[in-house]
Design a protein around this ligand. Structure first.
Ligand code: FE2
Length: 131
């Protein structure tokens, strides 16, 4: 096993097993990306991981948004806006990586790490007890 950029612990739990599992998967994708960064992996390893991150993020956001709707979560609109802005940010990161064939930088890794931990600990924690 490689190094972890983020390690899931109970502090990240949103009390919904399905969403906790999805968060664990997102964390594991980021950790794999981090190891590719540490190992200075080539595009052929990094491009599929970025795609996986993009696709799984989309899937995860859709799961959350479906639950917001089902449970009439009052702060859904604000949360969905945060999802939209992250999806755009992620696309920008991926496009600039693909276009310029940049190596992953620690700055990018830190940005993704901060985003994911903030997403879970700040945004998602607000729906605990609602959905
Ligand atoms: Fe989430």
């Amino acid at each position: 096993m490689g190094k972890n950029l983020i390690t899931w612990n109970e502090g990240y739990s949103v009390d919904i097993p399905e969403l906790d599992n999805q968060h664990k998967i997102l964390i594991s994708i980021l950790n794999r990306l981090y190891n590719s960064y540490l190992n200075k992996s080539h595009d052929k390893d990094i491009v599929p991981l970025l795609d996986e991150l993009k696709d799984y993020t989309k899937y995860h956001f859709e799961s959350e948004e479906r639950l917001f709707k089902e449970k009439n979560y009052p702060m859904a609109q604000e949360h969905i806006k945060a999802h939209e802005s992250f999806k755009e940010e992620l696309l920008t990161i991926i496009e600039s990586y693909n276009d310029l064939s940049l190596v992953l930088t620690m700055k990018t890794m830190t940005l993704l790490q901060r985003w994911l931990t903030n997403h879970i600990l700040k945004e998602d924690k607000k729906y605990v007890g609602y959905i």
